[in-house]
Write a protein that binds this ligand. Structure first.
Ligand code: SF4
Length: 242
């Protein structure tokens, strides 16, 4: 039986990210993973927060286990932000990267986290499957989206289109996606990437119990070659790397 993407709850690629995110009240943050320091999720050494839940649902997404809200860790965003800022500072991070999942599907909660990092003098990078122009249009009537955009220094935007793989710029998966400086913090870096490109970075952590976790970006073929025989991956918990 052929199941069309739309019938399976996955929008056609032309419609990906075109629907306004659901309103968020800022009360409870759904999240999956926090790293106090990584060098594979944006410029320099940074914290990274994977939020849980994504309504964009790009076919071929690297993190489909973060689409559903079900199974998320939950907490008060302000309390979590205080803890994460302290952990990031202790780990020597210069900022945080917000990814997922879809940060703008919980814009009010994620904006609180972003603002806490900004108040501590740290930078904020965010990934989104929504387009920047659409986000600006929605922000005109949505304070939660406006707040998250206002607290973001570097934005990677647009849906992942697996038919258009990115081969030159870092962090993003497909050539349609943007890397935009929303403040002066990374403006020079964004210009440099546009002019000269930059290779991607992937990090692999092996816990004492043998669990393997991966972050950063690499092709599936490169990851499989790298992780051969290392066991179950925390980024795809149901999948045994063959
Ligand atoms: S927006 Fe990001 S997390 Fe959501 S489906 Fe697309 S690539 Fe995956």
């Amino acid at each position: 039986m052929i199941v069309h993407a739309e019938a399976a709850g996955v929008p056609a690629e032309t419609a990906l990210g075109a629907t306004e995110p659901p309103p968020s009240d800022g009360a409870v943050l759904r999240w999956s993973r926090f790293l106090a320091a990584t060098e594979a999720e944006g410029p320099g050494r940074r914290a990274a927060l994977w939020v849980q839940g994504c309504n964009v649902r790009c076919p071929g997404c690297f993190n489909p286990h973060l689409w559903a809200a079900r199974g998320a860790l939950t907490g008060d965003p302000a309390e979590l932000a205080d803890r994460w800022v302290a952990d990031a500072v202790a780990a020597g991070a210069s900022g945080i990267t917000l990814l997922g999942g879809e940060p703008f599907d919980q814009a009010a909660q994620v904006a609180q986290v972003a603002a806490a990092f900004r108040e501590a003098g740290l930078s904020v990078m965010a990934f989104t499957g929504y387009g920047f122009e659409d986000l600006c249009r929605w922000a005109a009537k949505r304070a939660d989206i406006a707040d998250l955009l206002a607290a973001t220094d570097l934005l990677c935007d647009g849906p992942y289109l697996r038919a258009r793989p990115e081969t030159r710029r870092p962090w993003i998966g497909s050539a349609n996606q943007g890397i935009r400086a929303l403040s002066p913090v990374y403006a020079a870096e964004v210009r440099e990437i546009a002019a000269h490109g930059r290779p991607d970075t992937v990090e692999v952590r092996v816990s004492p119990d043998g669990t393997v976790s991966v972050n950063g970006w690499a092709s599936d073929a490169a990851l499989s070659a790298l992780l051969d025989d290392l066991g179950v991956r925390a980024d795809r918990p149901q999948e045994r790397v063959a």
